[in-house]
Design a protein around this ligand. Structure first.
Ligand code: ADP
Ligand code: ADP
Length: 226
């Protein structure tokens, strides 16, 4: 069953067209990679699908609801509850420890401190960084920070995870470790993933690759994973 779709999505920045009529569909439990050359519109598409950017035209439908019709507050609530987002640089809160960073989405969702911390420790462990629970991001390597950021993106057990070059700042080994841990978790949870990447070994983790070129889906589908 389909969980998320975009139909006829267009988006321009001023006079620069970024998306020129894109159709995509993501099934429950499916991992979809969006690939294509730099500047082809991958990030813009991900931001539109995640409800972070509003498309100029076209529809984004999540579980039968058109997100373009929702208020900013409603979309923001959706992102906190049913969506998880992970970017190239994890954007951890520098003043908080790893465990506090990972617990944050649960606290925002109303969990108690003790439960949130216990869950955060469990998620740090799944990403192999339980020993860093009480460290602040500044004391961690890029790979360690991204593991924490991935744990934070998954801690609420979102139904859809949006990941924009989540391994782009990591070396290949770290990148694949973070991604394979993520894939294992989403397979268990049955969540879907929209993954923007330009790296073939990362795209290879996806069930399906959608190739963008110059703001449209390349019908040949020949991308980095081919
Ligand atoms: P990709 O993720 O594939 O590199 P983007 O979605 O980031 O592509 O960008 C698509 C096009 O839109 C590019 O031409 C880019 O320069 C332009 N663009 C992206 N974001 C902005 C912005 N905030 N302001 C102006 N132009 C932008
Ligand atoms: P990514 O593709 O990994 O998101 P980019 O370097 O394309 O990274 O974009 C980083 C940020 O800069 C994004 O917020 C994007 O919207 C913005 N951006 C990208 N291209 C442009 C542009 N031509 N003019 C202004 N802002 C841009």
């Amino acid at each position: 069953t389909e969980i998320l779709s975009g139909t006829g999505i267009t988006k321009s920045y001023g006079a620069t067209p970024a998306l020129r009529g894109v159709d995509v569909s993501v099934a429950e439990g499916e991992i979809v990679a969006i690939t294509g050359p730099s500047g082809c519109g991958k990030s813009t598409l991900l931001h539109c699908l995640a409800g972070i950017l509003r498309a100029d035209s076209g529809t984004v439908v999540y579980r039968d609801q058109d997100l373009n019709l929702w208020s900013e507050a409603a979309r923001s609530r959706l992102r906190r509850t049913e969506f998880g987002v992970l970017f190239q640089f994890g954007q951890l809160v520098p003043e908080l420890t790893a465990a506090e960073n990972v617990a944050l989405p649960l606290l925002l969702a109303g969990s108690g401190r003790r439960d949130a911390r216990a869950a955060a420790l469990g998620w740090l462990d799944r990403f192999g960084v339980a020993d860093l629970a009480d460290q602040r991001p500044g004391a961690m390597s890029g790979g360690q920070q991204q593991r924490c950021a991935a744990a934070r993106a998954l801690v609420t057990e979102p139904r859809v995870i949006f990941a924009d070059e989540p391994t782009g700042a990591l070396d290949q080994l770290n990148g694949e470790q973070v991604l394979s841990a993520m894939v294992q978790v989403v397979r268990e949870q049955g969540s879907s993933v929209v993954l923007v990447t330009h790296e073939a070994p990362i795209a290879a983790y996806a069930d399906r690759e959608i190739v963008l070129r110059d703001g449209v889906v390349d019908p040949t589908g020949i991308g980095v994973g081919a």
